[in-house]
Design a binder for this molecule. Structure first.
Ligand SMILES: [Cu+2]
Length: 64
């Protein structure tokens, strides 16, 4: 299942690394593409979207 999220305060590649790691803590097999330019995060995972969103928020980012 692919989840597409917008993370407006993902400002640079360090942010996208942080977000990628936060998602991979809850699902080590998740594929994460996070682009600070488009603010778009695309995640391929079996984890429910609400759980993925919560992990990103817990890492200090907002999800719209
Ligand atoms: Cu950053």
């Amino acid at each position: 299942m692919a989840i597409a999220l917008t993370v407006p305060n993902m400002a640079c590649s360090a942010c996208s690394d942080t977000i990628t790691q936060a998602v991979q803590v809850i699902d080590p097999t998740a594929t994460v593409q996070a682009d600070p330019k488009t603010k778009l995060v695309v995640i391929e995972t079996q984890t429910p979207e609400a759980t993925v969103k919560a992990a990103i928020v817990a890492a200090g980012y907002s999800v719209t």
